[in-house]
Ligand binder design. Structure first.
Ligand code: COA
Length: 341
């Protein structure tokens, strides 16, 4: 059996209306606009409205992607949402999105690989589609990171933003050379404590106020879930792993640095992006950049950056695009895609 090709037919993005500038952060924590811009490249980020949920951002991005593909939700065979900030512990945000879009019956599930969620999701869906499981898949990265940020921690709260990006993928003829080339994924849980957010039900310490214990069991009721990070250690490993994974994916598919037309990196920090571009000997003019305007939107950052590049009108059919991301876990990876719209 020859494997199907996988094509991106539609793309969309959504950013909540409220914009938080670095100056707004100066009022919250001991920081300056200059420090944030110099150390991260971020100037502003979007913040979800009190009456919005992650699923609402996802739905808005999905509607744009479906319209771009010229498809309706009834033509979709599967829906995947990559998110770290789901509406609920369960049901999955994907099922909430399915219902809000008016979809029925087709499978819908979430994927959790934090900031690498979209890159992981694209790899997973690509494999399933190549094998003939689904013909048309809606893949969304959606996050409300502002809901899990500790707004008193200047080392983390300056970094994150909210938003959603979505793509519609469609299986095509096996011999079509455009579309997905392939993916590479990695994880190393030895690094799990460098970047994390406890779940509200994660036990915190033996003397926690909301700790309940009997002779037979102990439980914790609600606690707080806030991002904790050893920033400079994360930075160091991110630069090394991303440099490695972009080389690895090119080698795997027998391609060279010079074959890559566009780099669409995870938008965590401009200095990490510059280091990866340097590794690929790529001019920054060929790198999709949204970090200044969006901050780090976790699993939404790569599809939002790709959407931004698409909207700029610079993508051409047949061009080779390298997507990459690095995340808590650590989990990291890359995808190669030949633009076929
Ligand atoms: N404003 C002003 N000063 C700040 C600050 C802020 N918002 N945040 C930290 N600082 C201070 C620190 O307290 C420290 O002060 P000290 O030297 O007096 O102790 C100093 O700046 C340097 O801190 P450090 O953490 O070493 O800075 P850095 O250059 O590594 O930059 C990050 C911090 C968070 C911007 C950077 O480490 C980073 O981007 N890391 C990767 C984060 C990331 O990508 N996470 C997501 C991966 S998916």
């Amino acid at each position: 059996m020859s494997l199907a090709s996988v094509h991106l037919r539609g793309i969309g993005g959504y950013l909540p209306e409220r914009v938080m500038h670095n100056r707004d952060l100066e009022a919250l924590v001991d920081t300056t606009d200059q420090w944030i811009v110099e150390r991260t490249g971020i100037s502003e980020r979007h913040i979800i409205a009190p009456d919005q949920m992650t699923s609402d951002l996802a739905v808005a991005a999905a509607q744009v992607a479906l319209a771009d593909a010229g498809m309706t939700i009834d033509e979709i065979d599967a829906l995947v949402v990559a998110t770290t900030t789901p509406d609920f512990i369960f049901p999955s945000t994907a099922t909430v999105v399915q219902a809000k879009l008016g979809g029925k019956d087709f499978p819908a599930w979430d994927i959790q690989a934090v900031c690498s969620g979209f890159v992981y999701g694209l790899a997973q869906v690509e494999g399933m589609m190549r094998a003939g499981m689904f013909r048309r898949v809606l893949l969304i990265g959606a996050e409300a990171m502002s809901r899990i940020v500790d707004w008193s921690d200047r080392g983390t709260c300056i970094l994150f933003g909210d938003g959603a990006g979505a793509v519609v993928l469609e299986a095509g003829e096996p011999d079509d050379e455009n579309g997905m080339v392939g993916s590479v994924l990695h994880a190393d849980g030895a690094y799990r404590d460098l970047l994390k957010a406890k779940h509200p039900h994660t036990p915190s310490s033996p003397d926690r106020a909301n700790h309940h214990q009997s002779a037979d069991f102990q439980v914790d009721s609600a606690g707080s879930a806030a991002v904790e990070m050893k920033g400079n250690e994360v930075f160091r490993v991110a630069v090394a792993k991303l440099g490695g994974v972009v080389n690895e994916i090119l080698e795997k598919y027998a391609l060279q640095d010079a074959d890559v037309d566009w780099l669409v990196p995870h938008q965590a920090n401009i200095r990490i992006i510059q280091a990866t571009a340097k590794k690929l000997k790529m001019d920054m003019g060929r790198v999709a950049l949204t970090v200044a305007r969006h901050g780090n939107t976790s699993s939404a950052s790569v599809p939002l950056a790709l959407y931004d590049l698409y909207q700029s009108g610079r993508l051409e059919r047949g061009q080779l695009i390298l997507l990459e991301a690095f995340a808590g876990g650590f989990a990291w990876g890359a995808n190669l895609l030949r633009w076929s719209k």
